[in-house]
Structures are given as structure tokens and as C-alpha cells.
Design a protein around this ligand. Structure first.
Ligand SMILES: Cc1cc2nc3c(=O)[nH]c(=O)nc-3n(C[C@H](O)[C@H](O)[C@H](O)COP(=O)(O)O)c2cc1C
Length: 222
């Protein structure tokens, strides 16, 4: 698979089969992903790879919290600014429309939307997950390094025939994750990432992208 194919075939998959992912493959992917760039080569990513019984336990505990209507954990970072300005608000709304219309869920059906969202905390059925942390003493450039690393992981997973879904949703159940992975206090959970083989029955609409001239400006000689 060439890089273009890896990039264009990656999408946030929200339906996985239970087929296990081998530790050898995950080790190969994560060893290669370590070549991702970072400012001054800080390599500020801290990743926990969770499979088997520990992942089942995280899913069980998250499911129990959800069923009990327990509040989310207080946020350690804001996922989005409170007032999202244009054009981001429109793009977010378009994403929501596409996601829920693929599932046949009406915009005003809050309960059905919550049910769909709750798949996050079952890793959408995936048998493997990463929990990706960054040191709380580091700043925005290092969070950006973490993003580059995560995309590198997701592209390498494609080369292995695997799919993924990065999930900030786990940050609101960060204490449940911490009960199992026991990260040091100085780390913040940025996101989880579900990993596995795609379940062909998943209903989705492929997300679109803004036209190139909305996000890219060429400054060149005439
Ligand atoms: C940092 C990050 C966090 C995300 N968090 C979630 C999440 O919690 N749940 C989810 O279903 N998708 C999540 N996504 C997936 C995005 O919704 C998805 O990448 C975006 O809509 C573009 O679609 P595509 O990845 O299928 O191309 C996240 C993506 C990123 C990069």
C-alpha cells in the first residue's frame, strides 16, 4: 500500500469485528511510528496498548458508569472552544448531520444520539485500544507532535490491513481508564484509539473535506 492509499483509505471506523489484533503487528506499527517527527525530538507521546481482559474491564466499567448515569470526569482540556466560529461550526454541524443520518437517527432524537455516542466507550467493538497521554507540563507544540504521531500510527495500521478510530471521548472517562492503566499523575489523557478489523456492516457516510483553496494558499511568483 502506498502512502496516498494509506491516507485516503484511513477513516474513523466505528464498527469493528472481534477478530484479535496480534501483539507482533502492534509492536511493528508502534516501533515504526516512533519515527514520527517532534520539535527537538522530544517524542512527547506516552501510549498504553490495551487488549484482552484489561480492555474488557475498561469497557465494562465505562458501560456501568454510563448505565448509572454517572457524570463525566471533569475536563483536563477543552475539546473545542465554547463558541466555535465560522467555518468550523458549519463543518462540525455537517459532520453531525452526516454521522447521524447514516445511522437513521433524527437530529432532535437526543437519546438515540447518546446511544450512538455510547459506542465510543465500547471501542465500537474493537479488540485493541491505545490510550494516548501527554505530559501536563508540555505545551501546544508538543500536543501537535502527539497528533503527528497518532496519524503516523493510523497510516501504518492501514498498511497492516487494520482500521482505527481516534477518540477524545475517552477523556471524559479518563478516571476509568486510569484505574486500569495506572498512568503517572503528570500525564493527561488526550485520546483513546480503537484498533481492529473493520466490520463491513457499519453504516456510515464518508466525511468530506473543504476545497483546497479554503485551507491552502499558494504564494508564488506570477
Ligand atoms: C483527535 C481526534 C479525536 C476524535 N475523537 C472522536 C471521538 O471521540 N469519537 C468519534 O467517534 N470520532 C472521533 N474522531 C473522529 C473524527 O470525527 C473524524 O476523524 C472526522 O470526522 C473526519 O472523518 P474521517 O476520520 O472518517 O475521515 C476524532 C478524531 C480526532 C483526530
Amino acid at each position: 500500500m502506498d502512502v496516498y492509499e494509506a491516507v485516503t483509505s484511513r477513516r474513523a471506523v466505528r464498527g469493528f469485528t472481534g477478530r484479535p489484533v496480534s501483539r507482533k503487528v502492534l509492536q511493528r506499527v508502534l516501533s515504526a511510528a516512533a519515527w514520527a517527527p517532534s520539535g527537538s525530538n522530544l517524542q512527547p507521546w506516552h501510549v498504553y496498548v490495551v487488549t484482552g481482559e484489561p480492555l474488557a474491564e475498561i469497557k465494562r466499567r465505562a458501560g456501568a458508569r454510563l448505565a448509572a448515569g454517572e457524570p463525566w470526569d471533569e475536563r483536563e482540556y477543552e475539546m473545542y472552544p465554547a463558541a466555535l466560529k465560522s467555518p468550523y461550526q458549519e463543518r462540525r454541524a455537517a459532520f453531525g448531520r452526516e454521522r447521524y443520518s447514516a445511522l437513521g437517527v433524527a437530529r432532535e432524537d437526543w437519546e438515540a444520539r447518546q446511544r450512538a455516542a455510547s459506542g465510543n466507550w465500547q471501542c465500537f467493538g474493537a479488540p485493541a485500544a491505545l490510550f494516548c497521554y501527554v505530559d501536563r507540563g508540555l505545551g501546544r507544540p508538543q500536543w501537535s507532535d502527539l497528533g503527528m504521531y497518532l496519524q503516523t500510527v493510523m497510516l501504518l495500521l492501514r498498511a497492516e490491513g487494520l482500521h482505527s478510530c481516534p477518540q477524545m471521548a475517552w477523556s471524559v472517562y479518563r478516571k476509568t481508564v486510569a484505574e486500569i492503566v495506572r498512568p503517572p499523575e503528570e500525564l493527561i489523557l488526550f485520546c483513546g484509539m480503537s484498533i481492529g478489523f473493520e466490520d463491513g456492516a457499519e453504516q456510515y457516510i464518508r466525511t468530506g473535506r473543504a476545497p483546497l483553496d479554503e485551507t491552502v494558499t499558494f504564494v508564488e511568483s506570477r
